[in-house]
Design a protein around this ligand. Structure first.
Ligand SMILES: *Cc1c(COP(=O)(O)O)cnc(C)c1O
Length: 379
């Protein structure tokens, strides 16, 4: 099945009792048993819920994986991955990543004795020098948040296989429409479902997708034992949102290109971060592992001063200044004070994240209106 057909049909079956084409919201905590232990596969909704099952199967299909697991947030999904490890284990991570990921790594799991190495992964071979007998996981985010760096997933997976290390990819920025890390050799795909998958800025949810039976049972055990599960109402909203994922992503990509090209030629803009530009330092890898380049981009202004950047962010009429991304409406974010404030300034700057960087999540409005808004805001 092709992507758009899977988005609409995979994992979803008409309701067995009524034929309802939309998966019902099974708003129940428990399920009646005929006699002790004799049930229909459902005992308690932390463990199994039919609405969540439909979404988990749909997400697995979109990522060409065997199993999906949903969590109460993207951070809940990352937390479940980290619970696979124990004190003394080491994790190698990209140094440009979502602020919340950096925070859970350094402020929570580092206290439990897990060691993290944050490195620049522009040259994927550099991972090798950080691998030792304690290394258990390589954590990739690509494209990265907020600098839109591109990391070679297949290259990382090849190195990891040689050392029997797992590879997890935060695929939030790309969505399964643009990139499928499992096909490139990754072991775990992670999504903040909150973003493109849900797509309408009305749900917070996370997901993991895997192929390996043993890895799935270990993560499903953690999902149930730790209990950060998503609710049936949210699963319904995401199933509804995913039915148009391919249509939305197509427009996000078209608008992303139009705005990247507009900004590149603007006399007041100094740098545009978007992987679809041939000037992007990893354009070749982006082109080989992604089907298109998405609707996330960042930029800086000439002169590089905070007053100019602030004025632009305050002047938008169509873009809204808000955290998050991937919804139908265009958003503007100031990473240094918003999404990435949990990363210390000196660590941010070492990774190339300036305080004056402006990040845009390009929505699915008409590109002309978005460009007009940028024109008047930049001035
Ligand atoms: C938002 C985000 C997360 C965290 O997901 P939540 O659903 O907000 O918990 C993780 N990674 C990336 C790249 C994100 O953008």
């Amino acid at each position: 099945m092709k992507f758009g057909t899977k988005a609409i049909h995979a994992g979803v079956h008409p309701d067995p009792t009524t034929g309802a084409i939309m998966t019902p919201i099974y708003q129940t905590s428990t399920y009646v048993q005929a006699s002790p232990g004799k049930h229909k596969g459902y005992e308690y909704s932390r463990t199994q819920n039919p609405t969540r099952d439909a979404l988990q199967n749909n997400l697995a299909a979109l990522e060409n994986g065997k199993y999906g697991l949903c969590f109460s947030s993207g951070m809940g999904a990352i937390d479940a991955i980290l619970k696979l490890f124990k004190p003394g284990d080491e994790i190698i991570s990209t140094n440009d990543l979502y602020g919340g990921s950096y925070r859970i790594f350094t402020k929570i799991y580092q206290n439990f004795g897990i060691k993290f190495h944050f490195i620049n992964m522009d040259d994927i071979q550099s991972i090798e020098t950080y691998i030792n007998s304690q290394t258990k996981l390589i954590w990739l985010e690509t494209p990265t948040n907020p600098l839109l760096n591109i990391i070679d997933i297949a290259g990382a997976a090849k190195i990891a296989k040689n050392h029997q290390v797992l590879v997890a990819v935060d695929n939030t920025f790309a969505s399964p429409y643009l990139q499928n890390p499992l096909d490139l050799g990754a072991d775990i795909v992670m999504h903040s479902v909150t973003k493109y998958l849900a797509g309408h800025s009305d749900v917070v949810m996370g997901a993991l997708i895997v192929n390996d039976d043993d890895l799935h049972s270990r993560l499903a055990f953690i999902q149930n034992a730790s209990g950060a599960v998503s609710g049936p109402q949210d699963a319904f909203l995401v199933l509804r949102g995913i039915k148009t994922l391919h249509l939305r992503m197509q427009r996000h990509c078209e608008n992303g290109r139009a705005i990247a090209e507009f900004l590149v030629s603007h006399p007041k803009v100094s740098k545009v971060y978007w992987p679809g530009l041939e000037s992007h330092n990893n354009y070749a890898i982006a082109k080989s592992q992604m089907r298109d380049f998405g609707g996330m981009l960042s930029f800086t202004l000439k002169g590089d001063n905070m007053e100019d950047a602030t004025r632009v962010m305050e002047s938008f009429k169509v873009f809204s200044l808000a955290e998050s991304l991937g919804g139908v409406e265009s958003l503007c974010t100031h990473p240094a004070t918003m999404t990435h404030a949990s990363i210390p300034k000196e660590v941010r700057e070492k990774a190339g994240l300036k305080d004056t960087l402006i990040r845009l999540s390009i929505g699915v409005e008409d590109a002309e209106d978005l460009i007009d808004d940028l024109k008047q805001a930049i001035g």
